[in-house]
Each structure stands twice: as structure tokens, then as C-alpha cells.
Design a protein around this ligand. Sequence first.
Ligand code: BG6
Length: 484
Amino acid sequence: MPDDLQIFDLVLFGGTGDLVTRKLLPALYHAYSHQTINQNGRFFVIGRREMSKEEYCTFAYDKAIKAKENIDLEKWNKFCNQIHYYKMDANNEADYNGLGKLLNQEITNIFYLSTDPGLFKPICQNLAKAKLNTAHSRIVLEKPLGHNLATSNDINDFVAKFFTEQQIYRIDHYLGKESVQNLMAIRFGNTLFEALWRRQWISSIQITIAESLGVGSRGEFYDTTGALRDMLQNHLLQLLCIVAMEPPFSLDADTIRNEKLKVLQSLKPFTEETVLSNVIRGQYKAGTVNNEEVAGYADEENIPEDSKTETYVALKAEIQNWRWAGVPFYLRTGKRLNKQMAEIVIQFKDIPCKIFPLNANNFANRLIIKLQPDETVQLYFLAKQPGDTNDLRPVYLDLDFHKMFTTRRTDGYERLLLDIIRGKLTLFVRRDEQEAAWKWVEPILDTWKRLNFTPKVYTAGSWGPSLASALLARDGESWHEELI
Ligand code: BG6
């Protein structure tokens, strides 16, 4: 083990929940097994049930760990030596004194709030009462952080009473993804694209996060949230920031976050009229996904039959600055779509005068950055078809990062947990970024609410409501999958 690895005590609130068992523990296990974290670091898992440490480890193993492919039982057992289970009620002030006695307060203490956001305030207050918010402590806040600007401000104001901004790690797990960090490398590690990365050469940009899964067992949460709050306000806008930001002068956390903030602040505000014309709200009905018949949203567990919650949103955004004025950014996300994937499509402008015969399918000048499940960069252009005509056809250069780099790739949460332990804030959302994002989406939420707006229905397994295609067609554009 490298001898400069920071020693820490990490407290996981919500220890029996899905996020801890399915994502955080596996990520910590991998970091521990690959010795990228200090082997003496300890994990205090908090839950309300009476359990011994051994019972907790068995519970976590049965619930989520054993289903994972790359977890070795022997190494898991070794990792479990570092786990401590502590039964407490997050609302009970007295329980925090007991927690404090277990922690070594001379080293980095991390409090990861993987709980219902309703508990964020009491947990912070009780940590402070037990004097656990020391100069060595860090607090990690999982999304959803608020339901709108006011509720997000309310939580942030409260947390700020006890922790400085430098101690607060707001998670957007997309920022932990290798492919998302690679976006920065592609843009700012090369000169190739920079000269073209602007309104003079780009006609439009599409950013898609599509899911084939439905809401599953999260119906109760999802129905009060919807796709705009769940995915667009955070993940999609963070991707937009990385695609559109100005080159930062260093990788320092605030330098990057300042540039991302400027993008969010330059987004053209929505009015009721532009919400109606430029935002498509959808909800899936029964259909077929991956050859399997699936139920419609209204028939999912814990969803009211007459729910108007959106499971899909597509919109056209504009950035009002010198680099991007006039370039439409089309963002979309949805559940139960045709396939699981995330990608960014940069459409460069058409040639100024055509000398070759072209047909409608001859799309070119397109850079496609696939973020998941494949991680590829594809550059489409036109080439002459062999033969005695001047016929062109689209061809592409295809770079596959999985083939290019065979070293182990960390999952988003593993990278984020490492950075929390190392005290690096670059991949976390600063308060002002979060506020700017809420401020921008709020007119959409308000308009939908005011008009009691009914989502357009789309069939599970499709690419969303047909109006989403019309949104682009109006500008002479098409979603990428409509062309290939
Ligand atoms: C979460 C959302 O933030 O992101 C989920 O709450 C969504 O609804 C998930 O399924 C998607 O993340 P990923 O990493 O699977 O693309």
C-alpha cells in the first residue's frame, strides 16, 4: 500500500438502503482490495435495525454483493474486518454521542448522507450538537437535494450553519464516470477539436441519457420527482456544462466549477411560451423493451393511475455567449426507451457549396461521443464509394476506449469516494452551480404545474413521444438514431 494514503473514518448513514449496499460498499470494496485507500480506514454503517457487524455483512452480501460478478468472497471477508455496524436513530440526539465515541476525531471523518433528504437537516444538527463537525470532518450529500430552488436553498442554508462549502461534497455520480472525465480530456488535452468547438463550425449538439429500465420499486420516490428533477436538472446539465464550458486554466476545483457555473448562468431563461414550444414532456405506456412486454408507468408499483409525472423530457436549450449563441442544444432523457445508452452528438455545419451528388442519408461532419455502455468516439464523414461514379457515403473513425485501455476502470462511485477521502472537490457540485441549475429548470416545473400539463404518451421501447422528433425537425435536424 502506498504510504501517503489518508487515514479516515467513513460513516454511511442509510446503511441498509439500496445505494449503500448496491453501489457504495462494492465501490469501497474495490478501492480497498486494490489498495487505493488506506487499509486502516474504517467504515461505520448506520442503520435502525438491531444487528451485529457479522449479521450486517451477511445482510449486505445477500442483498447485493453476491450478485456482483467481480467480488471475491475471501477479499470481501477481509474488507468486512473494516466495517462496523452502529444501530442508531438519526433523529435521536443522544445516539450521536455513542457514534462520536467510536470515531477517531483526530483523523478525517466523513459523513455520507445516503438517506431520505428529509433527514439531512436533523443529521447535520445532531452531528453539530455532538461536536462531530470538526475541522477534520466532511459531509457528503446525495441527490435529490431539494425539490426546487427554495427547498434546495433551505437545505444548503441549514448545512452551511455547520459545515463550510469546502467540507461539503454534493454528489452527481455522472461526474465520477470515467467517460465523463474523458470528455474534458478530449476537449482540453488536444488542440484538434478546440478550433472547431464553437458556433462558427457547429450547427447543433444533442445530449441523450436513455434508459431501458422503468421505475422499478422506486415508484413512490419517482412519482413526486419525475425525469426533469431526477436526471435533467443534474446529470444532463452537468454534461452540458462540460461540453460547453470555456477551457479552464487548471484542474483546480474552483477553476473548473467557475467555468461550469458560467455556462449555467448563460442558459437562456424559459418563458411560458418557450416551455410550451421547446420542452416535450412524456410518460411511457405499455410496450416491448428488449423483446419483453412491459407495463405502462401508471401500472407500475406505487404509481397512481392518473399520475401526470413525466418519465421523459426533451428540450431545446440555448447558451447566450459568444461561443454558442444560436447553436441549439437538444437534451433528452427517459425511462423505458429503446435502449440503455448515453451519448453526445456534435453536428458540425454543412459544407458551404456542394459539388458531389448527395442524398438525404448522407449525414457527415458528426462527432459522436458515447458515454455508456460503450465508451467510444466516432467521427462520421463522407468518403467516395469505390467505382466509376462520384457517389459518397458516410464512413466513420471509431475509437473504442475499452479496447484502447485494458487497465481496470473504476465505477463512478469508486472515483468519487476516493476523491472525498483525498479531499478533492473538483468532481462535486458547488452550491452556486446547483442553484443556477434549479433556477433554470424552475420555469418549466412552474408552467407544467400552472397548466396542469399532461405528458404526451410514448410506447415503452420507442424513442419517446413523436413531438420530440418534431422539435428537431423544425430546425432541420434529427436525433442521431433517426439517421442511422
Ligand atoms: C439516478 C437516477 O441519479 O441516475 C435514476 O435517480 C437513474 O433514476 C440513474 O436510473 C441513472 O444512472 P446510470 O449511472 O445508471 O446512468
